[in-house]
Design a protein around this ligand. Structure first.
Ligand code: C2E
Ligand code: MG
Ligand code: MG
Ligand code: MG
Length: 283
């Protein structure tokens, strides 16, 4: 019996594991090539002053226009990019491309718009990050305070002392730091207080369930209160309904992001977004 199962296991798993491994290997190879073949692109999701405008700026979100697989979102390739270290060069490209685009918008009459870039843990820990940021700001003539670097709570709390050191160095340049996906990690409040961040982003998971689960409403209220007591701006991500928009605005959440207000779009499409001109209905 045991022998049989073993053989079945062998026969069943061996080919499929090979297929998965081959697939991943192919994807790594493709990703390596993607950078030189201009297949990576940034989409931009608007951040709105609560409840519905004006647009304050955008979060840059990475996309991969794969020649055969179509437009891929980060969940498909980011883990691989991190495991292989490719995320470092890709991430540097993201910083430069986002700032290049921001400069274009500034010159097109939106000089107050800001851009937020997500940093992976590996990128965050590179000693060259500060230099990369300084050079990109200089190259594209962007005032540092119009760049926000988003680091997840989990990344920030991996080595809290080191994170305080890195974020201090970065924010000395004048750039802003944001703690992303807040509520999903395990923050020590002591460290949270020490982190030179200017913003907390409430994770989508809490925002999504706001209408049905009163527990999530309590958590979100607590996060907003915590942010306010630490003098941090608070951004809600994943706002999909008018009820969520009203609830979050009522709590004093400054900035809203989500499909209700605007999905991530290519730069050419931002002029089609709600409240693009900044005029607020009735205001
Ligand atoms: P994130 O930084 O928390 O970004 C928010 C994600 O939620 C984005 O997914 C966005 O498209 C999605 N989203 C925004 N509003 C809504 C909504 O109302 N409903 C729903 N269901 N989803 C919404 P995306 O673009 O797939 O990115 C996923 C994650 O990948 C990001 O989470 C971020 O952690 C990472 N990522 C994206 N771009 C980059 C990058 O350039 N570098 C690095 N290191 N990570 C990136
Ligand atoms: Mg983010
Ligand atoms: Mg997030
Ligand atoms: Mg996230």
């Amino acid at each position: 019996h045991t022998k049989n199962n073993g053989r079945n296991g062998y026969n069943f798993f061996q080919p499929s594991m090979n297929t998965i491994a081959q697939n991943q290997l192919q994807l790594i190879n493709d990703l390596w090539l993607a950078q030189d073949h201009q297949q990576l692109r940034l989409f931009y999701q608007p951040k709105y002053c609560a409840p519905q405008g004006p647009i304050l700026g955008f979060e840059a979100l990475l996309r991969w226009q794969h020649p055969e697989r179509g437009l891929l979102t980060p969940d498909v390739f980011l883990p691989l990019a991190e495991k292989t270290g490719l995320i470092v060069t890709i991430g540097n490209w993201v910083i430069n491309e986002a700032l290049r685009q921001l400069r274009v918008w500034h010159l097109q009459g939106h000089p107050h718009w800001s851009v937020a870039v997500n940093l992976s843990a590996l990128q965050f820990e590179q000693s060259s990050l500060v230099e990369t940021v300084v050079q990109a700001l200089d190259r594209h003539l962007i005032p540092p305070e119009l760049l926000t670097l988003e680091v997840t709570e989990t990344t920030a709390m991996r080595d809290p002392d080191e994170s305080v050191r890195i974020l201090t160095e970065l924010t000395r340049l004048g750039v802003k730091a944001s703690i992303d996906d807040f509520g999903t990690g395990y923050s020590s409040l002591l460290y949270l207080k020490r982190l030179p961040a200017s913003e907390l982003k409430i994770d989508r998971a809490f925002v999504n369930e706001l209408q049905s689960e009163t527990e999530d409403a309590t958590i979100v209220s607590a996060i907003v209160a915590l942010a306010q007591s630490l003098n941090l701006k608070v951004v809600a991500e994943g706002v999909e309904t008018e009820e969520q928009q009203a609830f979050l605005t009522g709590l004093g959440c400054n900035t809203l992001q989500g499909y209700l207000l605007g999905r991530p779009v290519p730069a050419e499409k931002v002029s089609e977004l709600k409240n693009y001109t900044g005029q607020q209905a009735g205001a």
